[in-house]
Design a protein around this ligand. Structure first.
Ligand code: HEC
Ligand code: HEC
Ligand code: HEC
Ligand code: HEC
Ligand code: HEC
Length: 223
């Protein structure tokens, strides 16, 4: 029988197969690296805000406590956002640039909340609770980075599922004494840990012979 493919066609086919396989591997590796990179999670990218608010000026320079504006962090799931009154309490007196604060006055007149954008919003299928973390000695910086140095607020961590699990597998090295939770930087972080005696991570249990911690169980974060 006559040869259907010439030896050159054979060689070309082989080359095409090798190049094809290499491309697939490369695209796969690229996609893997991209998903794990901060860029894919918009780390470092601020959102558009109604007013160009600066944490560096207020939490850094003026040294205001985080709880002054995010009053929920110690007792609620939501950190909470400052109302127009919170800002205008000072800005009726200092830096009263009418045009800049128009969105605040509008919110005040309409009795609405100011429409701050969020860079850290999780999808609806994930449950998160600030009070649980604050009370377990996890500092704001562990998840939000050095907010007090940011002129515009951006994510410092991916806040992806693997970011959460990296800590939930063994949170104890990253828990601080209660008094150091609101401290900036490493201040007080080295003191005696304040692990809650009834804490979730203490109650490991067996499931089909495998030791499970409630902190890594799917239903802790997904309902
Ligand atoms: C404790 C008082 C106080 C509160 C509360 C406060 N500010 Fe300020 N803010 C200041 C002072 C003082 C300055 C001027 C800082 C400086 O000298 O650069 C300032 C500056 C600003 C500026 C312009 C300077 C810049 O570079 O950002 C904006 C915009 C601003 N504040 C928005 C807000 C908003 C929005 C809120 C509410 C979430 C708020 N402030 C709450 C005291 C306050
Ligand atoms: C004077 C009020 C004020 C103080 C004090 C303050 N914040 Fe904020 N914070 C805001 C405002 C207003 C926003 C919304 C605008 C923005 O994202 O910059 C915000 C947004 C944030 C966000 C981003 C939320 C998101 O999903 O986009 C984080 C995280 C945050 N604050 C953490 C902190 C921490 C940590 C501190 C203490 C070191 C702090 N804040 C102190 C007013 C304040
Ligand atoms: C264990 C990680 C973690 C810690 C610790 C943490 N946060 Fe958050 N924070 C988040 C996540 C995740 C979100 C997004 C929540 C959501 O979408 O339900 C968020 C959202 C926020 C928001 C936006 C709230 C809104 O309504 O848009 C603010 C403000 C905030 N955090 C401030 C703080 C402050 C202040 C502290 C320290 C007292 C703190 N966070 C500690 C993970 C954390
Ligand atoms: C730096 C460590 C750390 C990170 C990061 C972290 N957690 Fe936690 N988480 C904890 C600790 C510690 C507890 C409390 C355990 C206890 O109650 O003793 C906790 C508890 C929880 C609980 C149980 C709350 C309750 O009602 O008791 C949920 C839900 C949760 N975390 C979700 C998340 C999610 C979602 C993320 C990622 C966005 C996250 N956590 C990131 C340390 C962390
Ligand atoms: C400590 C909290 C936590 C635990 C425990 C957890 N998840 Fe998640 N999961 C998250 C967060 C946060 C996201 C959202 C990430 C995003 O897209 O912003 C997520 C997203 C997901 C998604 C959507 C796809 C994706 O990657 O965004 C699936 C599916 C999922 N989780 C399944 C699971 C399963 C199955 C388990 C148990 C083996 C589990 N999760 C345990 C925090 C958790």
């Amino acid at each position: 029988m006559a040869q259907i493919f010439t030896p050159r066609a054979d060689a070309r086919l082989r080359l095409a197969l090798i190049v094809g396989a290499a491309l697939i591997l490369l695209i796969g590796a690229g996609a893997f690296a991209w998903v794990r990179s901060g860029t894919a999670w918009a780390v470092g990218k601020p959102a558009d805000q109604p007013i160009p608010f600066s944490h560096a000026v207020h939490a850094g320079g003026l040294g205001l406590d985080c709880r002054f504006c995010h009053a929920g962090v110690e007792r609620a799931a939501d950190a909470g956002m400052p109302s127009a009154e919170t800002c205008l309490g000072c800005h009726e007196r200092v830096w009263n640039v009418t045009a800049q604060f128009a969105p605040l006055r509008a919110a005040l007149e309409l009795g609405r909340a100011v429409e701050w954008s969020s860079v850290s919003r999780l999808p609806d299928h994930v449950r998160f609770d600030h009070a649980a973390h604050t009370q377990a000695g996890v500092a704001c910086e562990s998840c939000h980075g050095k907010v007090q140095e940011m002129p515009r607020t951006a994510k410092a961590e991916t806040l992806s599922m693997s970011f959460c699990l990296d800590c939930h597998r063994d949170p104890s090295p990253r828990q601080r004494p209660a008094a150091a939770v609101m401290a900036r930087g490493d201040a007080g972080a080295g003191g005696p840990r304040d692990l809650r005696p009834h804490g979730l991570q203490v109650q490991r249990y067996e499931h089909y012979g495998v030791e499970v911690s409630p902190l890594t169980r799917c239903s802790t974060c997904h309902r």
